[in-house]
Design a protein around this ligand. Structure first.
Ligand SMILES: NC(=O)c1ccc[n+]([C@@H]2O[C@H](COP(=O)([O-])OP(=O)(O)OC[C@H]3O[C@@H](n4cnc5c(N)ncnc54)[C@H](O)[C@@H]3O)[C@@H](O)[C@H]2O)c1
Length: 255
């Protein structure tokens, strides 16, 4: 893997898949700017180590000024930005129960879709003139298929699959457009993964069993299994891979 001395921004790095990506990138020798809206979570991240290569920024990806400030901070670490991993994300379950359907849709689209757009826009302003860079977006199997009706996650109006579909298409559109500038843009589409995002739903034994059953491998994924593919796509090992969406889903979408 060729991430040594790369400067990488990872959003949503205080938890779950983003946190596993931060750890993996540090293991691969990258300089990491871990961004998250959760400052307390970022403080705990220091436990992953990194020998002085881990830096943090409290950043709300829905705010353009925060996105641009994160890129500025990354540049201050070594005068370059090699990778952006967009892992910050929420589901409607993250919101208070009193939020109505329109508030839920707006909030999920703001983080999951607009956040990726703003972070990518800020990063591309640096990567394109540099003639190199790599962006990896965390989408989901729900960017390709709807929630199965055997799960109680959607009434058809749920923004989560809508937002992930938007980012899969952002990945293709930006990847096609900016390949000529030397910037590769890809997405990873995980199946269900154990993290705080799924913690509530796996607490119900029947729902948990069904979530496992939906994967031909008969189980859910671990954040580290997603981070491994993110690190590969971000690195020069994937030098001819762009504008693509990679299922990392135990076979979920092949059925
Ligand atoms: N866990 C799964 O089953 C699963 C499956 C497919 C895709 N994904 C996607 O992977 C990504 C990571 O998911 P996870 O399971 O690690 O979730 P998680 O809840 O463990 O972590 C998400 C992180 O995003 C941060 N965040 C939320 N809003 C933010 C904002 N406005 N600005 C900056 N940071 C913000 C949270 O504070 C949190 O640290 C998400 O985009 C999610 O949709 C997860």
């Amino acid at each position: 893997m060729t991430l040594t001395d790369s400067v990488a921004i990872i959003t949503g790095a205080a938890s779950g898949i983003g946190r596993a990506c931060a750890r993996r990138f540090l293991e691969e020798g990258a300089v990491v700017l871990a961004c998250d809206i959760d400052g307390a979570g970022l403080e705990k991240l220091s436990a992953v180590g990194g020998q002085g290569r881990l830096h943090t920024a409290v950043c709300d990806v829905t705010k353009r000024a925060d996105a641009e400030a994160s890129v500025e901070q990354a540049l201050s670490l070594g005068g370059r930005l090699d990778c952006l991993v967009n892992s910050a994300g929420i589901t409607p379950r993250t919101l208070p129960p009193e939020a109505d359907f329109e508030e839920r849709w707006d909030a999920v689209m703001a983080v999951n879709a607009k956040g990726v757009f703003l972070m990518s826009h800020a990063a591309l302003a640096v990567m394109r003139p540099a003639g190199r860079g790599s962006i990896v977006n965390l989408v989901s199997v729900m960017s390709m298929v709807g929630y199965p009706t055997s799960l109680p996650f959607s009434d058809g109006f749920t923004a989560y699959p809508h937002s992930k579909g938007a980012v899969a298409q952002m990945t293709r559109e930006m990847g096609v457009r900016f390949g000529v500038d030397g910037v590769r843009i890809n997405a990873v589409a995980p199946g269900f993964v154990y993290s705080p995002l799924t913690e509530n739903v796996v607490g119900d034994p029947e729902v948990h069993a069904e979530m496992r059953r939906l994967h031909p491998m008969g189980r859910m994924g671990e954040p580290e299994e997603i981070a491994a593919v993110v690190a590969f796509l971000a690195s020069d090992e994937a030098s001819f891979v762009t504008a693509s969406v990679w299922p990392v889903d135990g076979g979920y979408t092949a059925q």
